[in-house]
Design a protein around this ligand. Structure first.
Ligand code: ZN
Length: 256
């Protein structure tokens, strides 16, 4: 079976070149197979769903391997930036626990050192913790040395509380220089759906912006920094769980 996975960081942008080459490669492989065998086979037909499964974010999903894979729940990830927040993260964690949902939190180092007990609760809740810089700065405007310091200071602060170094980073404003992938060995995680929750205090509006456009394997961006965002998050979860979605942490979206 030929499996093509455009496996990379999720981005809010459309990596059309990757999609084009993945499809091209699939077609070429299928063509080569047919030229040799003269007929399609089970393994060759498995190529077709790969091309058909290209998500709107440009990543190719793995080809289904039998009926069991087809019946799997639709995966989705919900993520929260800018925390930990002294006023709202706890409410969010309680809501996630009630719904048996694992989320991903991209934390600010300066808030981590202020509220270590909340970071500990996020960790104990089984959520994935990533880095969002120390002071919420645009890392691409900094020298490499200064950008790496933002990342390393945050990672160390998280490690001191949880005993684990974060592997994932969501850079503030989605701005990151590619060479920092190698300098820090961190994996950049952006998003597919951004309801701009920080621009409104209406949780219904925020929830609708997400549920009206979300698709399988999407990464949703929210902030646990206001009551309306937390309310919206729980509404989104209730609605999408009702539609058969299963919430997972971003590593399961990126690498499974
Ligand atoms: Zn942020």
């Amino acid at each position: 079976m030929i499996l093509i996975r455009v496996r990379n960081k999720k981005t809010g942008k459309q990596p059309e070149n990757r999609v084009f080459f993945a499809v091209l490669l699939c077609c070429a492989a299928l063509g080569a197979y047919l030229a040799i065998t003269g007929r399609p086979s089970d393994s060759a037909t498995a190529v077709l769903p790969v091309a058909a499964d290209l998500t709107h974010s440009g990543r190719a999903a793995a080809a289904p391997e039998g009926a069991a894979a087809l019946s799997d729940a639709k995966k989705i990830a919900i993520t929260f930036d800018d925390g930990p927040n002294a006023d709202y993260t706890q409410t969010l964690l309680d809501g996630l626990k009630e719904r048996n949902v694992k989320a991903t939190f991209f934390l600010l180092g300066k808030e981590v050192v202020r509220y270590p007990e909340i970071v500990q609760q996020i960790h104990e809740g089984g959520h994935l913790i990533g880095t969002h810089s120390y002071e919420h700065v645009n890392l691409s405007n900094l020298s490499d040395t200064a950008a790496i310091e933002q990342v390393n200071k945050t990672n160390t602060a998280i490690f001191d509380i949880t005993g684990e170094y974060p592997e994932y980073i969501r850079p503030p404003f989605g701005c990151w220089k590619c060479n920092l992938d190698y300098e820090t060995t961190m994996i950049e995680v952006l998003w597919d759906v951004d309801p701009l929750d920080w621009k409104t205090s209406n949780s219904d509006v925020i929830a609708k912006r997400v549920t009206s456009k979300v698709q399988e394997n999407d990464i949703i961006l929210l902030h646990d920094a206001s009551e309306s965002s937390v309310k919206a998050a729980l509404k989104i979860i209730d609605e999408l769980q009702g539609q058969g979605y299963m919430f997972v942490t971003v590593d399961e979206i990126l690498f499974d």
